[in-house]
Design a protein around this ligand. Structure first.
Ligand SMILES: Nc1ncnc2c1ncn2[C@@H]1O[C@H](COP(=O)(O)OP(=O)(O)O)[C@@H](O)[C@H]1O
Ligand SMILES: [Mg+2]
Length: 444
């Protein structure tokens, strides 16, 4: 029977089936890594070139794979690569492959995307002295940047030094809201990327943080690393060069751009005499690699800003589905918190109730563990990560930020009004406190 074309999303399951039904692999074959390239074609990597007796079996296997996957597979004669023969930067990328069948042979899958592996990487558990909080939303206009400012202001009032990163590079806004022209540093984050690419990152690092007047009379400081500097120059030309992996050069290994971003943040956190206690990161909106790194790789708490609309929940489902598939969700879910942005004035409790239900649907489908029906007594229920709809401490329970007329037309965030902030952000700032204090306890 003719089977139709194999579409992108079918590949993983077919590979699993092919490997499981393959009887001729020896026990000691080792890991079989399926690599899907940028065009979505699959080939395999083995540890080393096999002995002659195995070659024929592998060839047959490759023919079966091609029969099944059609143009989604490499031709049999190009179907196998050997790790021991690959350049070291390519080989090290293989370490990020994830298991899709226990085997034997154990089958791993590596999805190569255009800019790094972004959303799929497992968070690095790099201990950072500063507590990091990432502010994420699917779209702009939800009041995310304003809430970064409110949080920074609140923490600085408490005597904490706060570093704010404007990583919303495609729509930089926070930088100029927090820094008047005369406080803008010479360079921005895009400058660091283009200079770092030629080994000159150090030279701009000193001149890319400004001090915000928002904390003028407060005990703590608010430092801002803006996306662009005082004289932005050709911002777009630089922006287009931000997301580059650094190739392997003499002595230096290949460095994916997400690692570079992590390195930048670490460098900024370490500045002498200006050490930040808390780092707030205004992330790019939407499902892109630039937003994924702070969310997945920084060990940051992640605030997910949302309106209660269908498009919001559909978008978040796409994201959570990916996290679940790649198992990133396991490490992430303990750091997520949903925020209800601009809660409307009319009937806010009904709004928040409906919101909570939809957020719970999302989390219980993709992020919470399923509770097996018979496990209500003993066996390891403590280990399950799961929350009831009504559980107030759950990450799906929205932290409200109330819509407030007084916030609709702020020209900048060089000052904030106490009354206004507490009316809109009261509950939200309590949560910020809780996160930061929990972080301080963890690290002491
Ligand atoms: N709680 C709020 N109530 C009413 N308007 C708000 C609120 N928070 C922010 N705004 C206004 O909404 C607009 C977008 O806010 P901004 O923080 O820039 O959003 P984002 O960073 O999500 O794009 C701004 O004009 C801001 O003054
Ligand atoms: Mg913004």
């Amino acid at each position: 029977m003719m089977s139709g074309p194999v579409f992108f999303d079918k590949v993983e399951r077919l590979l699993r089936e092919l490997v499981q039904s393959e009887g001729s692999f020896p026990e000691d074959l080792g890991n079989l890594i399926a690599v899907r390239d940028l065009f979505g074609r699959v080939r395999f990597v083995l540890e080393k070139r096999p002995d002659n007796d195995l070659r024929e079996d592998l060839q047959k296997f490759a023919e079966k794979v091609q029969e099944k996957l059609g143009p989604r597979a490499y031709p049999p004669e190009q179907a196998f690569l050997y790790r021991s023969e690959l350049a070291s930067d390519v080989a090290s990328e293989l370490d990020t492959a994830r298991e899709i069948a226990a085997g034997p042979p154990r089958l791993l899958f590596l999805d190569r995307q255009v800019t790094g592996l972004g959303w799929a990487t497992t968070p690095s558990q790099q201990p950072s002295k500063a507590h990091r909080i990432a502010f994420f939303s699917l779209k702009g206009g939800v009041g995310r940047s304003t809430s970064v400012a409110a949080a920074a202001w609140h923490l600085a009032k408490d005597g904490r030094n706060v570093l704010v990163l404007d990583l919303d590079l495609e729509a930089p806004g926070l930088s100029s809201s927090l820094l008047p022209a005369d406080k803008m540093p010479e360079f921005g984050i895009v400058d660091w990327f283009v200079e770092d690419a030629v080994g000159q990152g150090e030279a701009v690092l000193e001149y890319m943080v400004g001090t915000s007047p928002l904390a003028q009379d407060l005990e703590g400081q608010i430092w801002v690393a803006p996306s662009h500097g005082a004289n932005p120059g050709d911002y777009l030309a630089k922006l287009g060069r931000c997301y580059l992996d650094l190739p392997q050069t003499n002595g230096d290994s290949h460095e994916p751009w997400e690692k570079r971003l992590v390195r930048l943040i670490e460098e900024l956190e370490k500045r002498k005499e200006k050490e930040a206690h808390v780092v707030l990161i205004d992330v790019r909106a939407g499902l892109t690699d630039l937003s994924s790194v702070p969310v997945t790789d920084l060990g940051a708490d992640v605030l997910l800003f949302a309106f209660d609309t269908d498009q919001t929940w559909v978008g978040y489902a796409l994201l959570f589905e990916h996290w679940r598939r790649t198992e990133a969700i396991r490490a992430l879910r303990e750091r997520l918190q949903v925020v209800a942005a601009m809660v409307p004035e009319c009937d806010p409790s009904k709004y928040l109730e409906d919101f909570r239900e939809r957020a719970w649907n999302l989390f219980s489908k993709h992020a919470y563990d399923e509770v097996p029906p018979e496990s209500s007594e003993a066996n390891g229920e403590d280990d399950l990560f799961t929350y009831d709809l009504a559980d107030e401490s759950a990450p799906h329970v929205p932290v409200p930020i109330y819509w407030h007329r007084g916030l609709t037309s702020l020209r900048n965030l060089h000052t904030l009004d106490d009354h206004l902030v507490s009316a809109s952000y009261g509950k939200f700032l309590e949560v910020i406190n809780r996160l930061v204090e929990a972080g301080t306890e963890d690290s002491s």
